[in-house]
Design a protein around this ligand. Structure first.
Ligand code: UDP
Length: 321
């Protein structure tokens, strides 16, 4: 039986496809190509270019590929864009995702692992953040992801869907062979921007704000290696296949790094300074987002093992050389 991977050409999705193939799973990718990335795919993986909201297409492929689980990565991911264009985020991340979910129900494909986000929490009152913390998203990105989690929960109760909503903190790094890399267009994420600035491929980094209430005044984030993310997905699928419920889980390390700590670690590893200018705060940035991964560790029997800052940066760097 195959796993349908939506968004399999994206950063986390492509890493998942390779990891799932390596453990012998049959994979079918559905991706509309909107991320503009064209990562290599393992032999034997079928890639269908199309829209998750195209019900005729999805029905047909669920039937023909005999899919028994869906890992749903496809979606829009830029917080800032979601503030200026919420219609797009609600359309892709919610309306079209609901079409996919409903096709799955019709086809009795009752297992789904969903790429969710720490943005469902908004500005947390307490860190590390536990799954039951208040969910008050502050942008349409987080709201659209949270709304889809509620849909999963309702489908679980009504139709017996087994689901996991994996709330990623800051995904980073790359698989060790350097074949895949983090690439977004435009790139807005800190670690690739820091590396490219140090290598002289981009202008100096702008450090968004030094007046946050953190240990050095810069924002604190919980960076998690993409290889650790994908191993959590594989474990979640295995549990769903055993008939277990998983629900929402934070994927992070429980340890935060500030922007300055990322810059310092990168310049140590690269052996050269990271050129940067201090700029104003970026709208919508919470001061600290750090996961409590306790529930994920307990439910999945999983731990982040490659998410220390030096490993993350070294793996990201290898993939960008
Ligand atoms: N950041 C920065 N300069 C940049 C990009 C990001 O100072 O050019 C900061 C950003 O304000 C945040 C952290 O780096 O505190 C991580 O940002 P990123 O966009 O990578 O992830 P986010 O936390 O927004 O999901």
């Amino acid at each position: 039986m195959a796993i349908l991977v939506t968004g399999g050409l994206g950063f986390v999705g492509s890493h998942f496809v390779w990891a799932a193939s390596r453990v012998g799973r049959e994979v079918v990718v559905l991706d509309d190509g909107s991320a503009g990335t064209d990562p290599p795919m393992p032999a034997g993986v079928t890639t269908i270019r199309g829209d998750i909201g195209d019900k005729a297409l999805v029905r047909d492929l669920l039937r023909r590929a005999s899919v028994d689980a869906i890992v749903h990565f496809a979606g829009k991911i830029q917080v800032g864009e979601s503030v200026t264009n919420p219609a797009l985020y609600l359309d892709v991340n919610l309306v079209r995702a609901l079409a996919l979910l409903d096709c799955a129900r019709e086809a009795s494909v009752l297992r789904m692992v969903f790429s969710s986000t720490a943005a469902v929490y908004g500005e947390p009152e307490v860190v590390p953040i536990v799954e039951d913390a208040p969910k008050r998203p502050v942008n349409a990105y987080g709201a659209s992801k949270l709304a889809f989690e509620y849909a999963l929960e309702a489908y679980g109760k009504a139709y017996g869907l087994k689901w996991a909503a994996l709330r990623y903190f800051n995904a980073a790094g790359a698989q060790e062979d350097g074949l895949l890399r983090e690439m977004h267009e435009p790139e807005t994420h800190l670690i690739p921007l820091v590396i490219d600035a140090a290598l002289g491929r981009r202008p100096p980094l702008t450090l968004f704000g030094t007046d946050y209430p953190t240990r050095d005044g810069t924002c604190e984030r919980d960076y998690i290696h993409v290889s650790d993310l994908v191993s959590a997905h594989l474990r979640a699928i295995a549990l769903l296949e055993q008939g277990r419920d998983v629900g929402p889980l934070n994927l992070g390390t429980g340890r935060g790094s500030t922007v300055r700590e990322v810059i310092d670690a990168a310049s140590r590893i690269l052996g050269k300074p990271v050129p940067f200018n201090v700029g104003a705060r970026r709208a919508g940035d919470p001061s600290a987002l750090v996961a409590s991964p306790a529930r994920a560790e307990q439910v999945l029997g999983w731990r982040a093992v490659r998410s220390d800052l030096p490993t993350l940066i070294e793996d990201a760097l290898r993939s960008r050389r």
